[in-house]
Design a protein. Structure first.
Length: 418
């Protein structure tokens, strides 16, 4: 949290809103490529590790995925170049001008995420915490060094993220092998998901969901650019980044705390255990997210003025809309972990598609009338819809799994009368 706020302070002090707007547009495209090409594999990588661990195949599985991450990073870079050239042909030079730092970030990010996946899967939480701090906190000194080099502000924002990610990869390069583990009771829902075909089925099932997830979280800034200005993009992106930061950190901590345990229970076909972990995460997440939102209402303005300055501050209304929306982001994310544990992407696809389309339509109607405050309001409404669909779908799915599990256990119990 401190590192994120320090980065915000440095950027708002030395980078203009127009330059930050340019960086935000490029980071949005990088986010889209990451979601569509890389993140499905990262999700499959962490979830399927526990199935392969059960069969004693985690070592070769991890090595194969490292190579696959390198391949998809190259593919993502090629897509970025195509987008940049196409935009330049249409008169927009933003993406081509920032191609070098963008390509470096696309190349390094998958390896960074694979490293943190490895640490989380093995529950090396102390090392995982240090890796996270290195990635986030490392951006601040890098920003200052790059500012001293007199690079353009947009390049500095992107390049600092890329170099901080590279530092994580260099520090945590895994030289050892996965330790041999005893076989676990295999989940009846695995359906040979450790195979390449299984990886493909699970990964492909996430792509549509991630596309509309990007529409839900990031498309706002492009509509702000279309209807307003680059400076408005910078203002909205900075306020969104600042007030979503506490919830992103909270969600990351909750993920690190329960995700590996949830996936282990799912690999053992213990769906009652998965439900207990979901309920615990939901209770803790709701309490902390709501409490944090009340705190932001009380002290958010002086914090924003000290970090953002008056040139980036856009009022309490936008601040509270973004913060309240992310309460539902934390609640819905609790269900996402349980859905991935069940290897079910249908509910997530329905939720992301519905909320993404809803968000897009509202933005098209409201941003021309009310500006960036409308983007904050649509974020709140869309996250409410998203969380409601996810929670309902997850409750029904886990109930079905528990019923099947109970029936299987009953069939295996000997008849005392025999």
């Amino acid at each position: 949290m401190v590192a994120g706020m320090a980065a915000v302070k440095v950027i708002t002090a030395f980078v203009t809103s127009g330059e930050y707007g340019r960086a935000s547009l490029v980071l949005g495209v990088i986010g889209l490529l990451t979601l569509l090409v890389i993140n499905p594999l990262l999700t499959a990588h962490l979830r399927l590790h526990f199935d392969n661990l059960a069969s004693g195949n985690a070592g070769s599985y991890h090595v194969q995925f490292r190579r696959l991450f390198l391949l998809v990073a190259v593919i993502s870079g090629a897509f970025y170049v195509i987008i940049a050239i196409g935009s330049r042909w249409r008169g927009n030079n933003v993406y081509l001008a920032l191609a070098l730092p963008a390509l470096l970030l696309l190349l390094v990010s998958p390896q960074t995420s694979a490293t943190t996946n490895y640490l989380e899967a093995n529950r090396r939480y102390r090392a995982l915490a240090f890796a996270t701090l290195l990635n986030k906190g490392g951006q601040v000194p890098l920003l200052l060094v790059l500012l001293f080099c007199a690079l353009p502000g947009a390049s500095i924002v992107i390049l600092s993220q890329a170099l901080a990610s590279l530092a994580v990869v260099l520090v945590f390069t895994q030289r050892g092998r996965w330790a041999a583990q005893p076989r676990l009771h295999a989940s009846s829902s695995q359906d040979s998901m450790g195979s390449r075909q299984g990886i493909g089925r699970f990964g492909l099932g996430i792509y549509v969901a991630t596309l509309f997830g990007w529409v839900l979280t990031t498309s706002d800034r492009y509509l702000v650019q279309h209807y307003l200005t680059l400076s408005a993009v910078g203002l909205y992106a900075m306020n969104y980044g600042l007030w979503s930061l506490p919830y992103q950190i909270l969600n990351g901590w909750l993920d690190m705390s329960v995700r590996a345990r949830t996936y282990t229970q799912a690999a053992r076909d213990d769906w009652a255990g998965v439900q207990r972990l979901l309920q615990a995460r939901l209770a803790v997440g709701a309490a902390l997210a709501i409490g944090g939102t009340v705190l932001i209402y009380l002290v958010g303005k002086p914090i924003a003025l000290s970090l953002l300055g008056r040139s980036y501050w856009h009022g309490r209304q936008l601040m509270m809309l973004i913060a309240a929306g992310h309460v539902f982001f934390v609640l819905g994310s609790s269900a996402v972990t349980a859905l991935f544990a069940a290897k079910n992407t249908q509910v997530l696809t329905v939720a992301n598609t519905s909320a993404g389309v809803f968000n897009l339509l509202l933005n098209v109607v409201l941003i021309p009338r009310w500006g960036i405050v409308a983007a904050g309001a649509t974020t709140l409404l869309s996250y409410m819809l998203w969380a409601a669909i996810l929670m309902l779908g997850t409750v029904l799915l886990l109930g079905k799994f528990k019923t099947r599990q109970g029936g299987t256990a009953l069939e295996m119990t000997p008849n005392p009368a025999c």
